[in-house]
Design a protein around this ligand. Sequence first.
Ligand SMILES: [Zn+2]
Length: 112
Amino acid sequence: MKVIRNKILPFGKKFLAINLFGIVFAKGDCDDYVLNHECIHTAQMREWIYLPFYILYLLEWVLNYIKYRDHLKAYHAISFEIEAYCHQNDLKYLKERKRFANYRKRNDYGRN
Ligand SMILES: [Zn+2]
């Protein structure tokens, strides 16, 4: 995975890295868990053939925002993020990940 360290992307101060079409833009150094999080997103993008991933991601964020009225809660409730955050500390996860794992039942990830 290509990582480009820079001072602009991702915008804002709350995020360390953003994955755009499999290329990670990071502010500063990323540990193995952040990189694993981004690798999980790359796997998600590939199975959704990239553009549908971004459409679904944005759609989920909008629906979550309507529900929660909080942009961070909306972000953390996106199914792609739930999967990535739940498994980012398991560096072997991608070897056993099932396709479209982000749409597993949320209870499988210990969330309601
Ligand atoms: Zn993420």
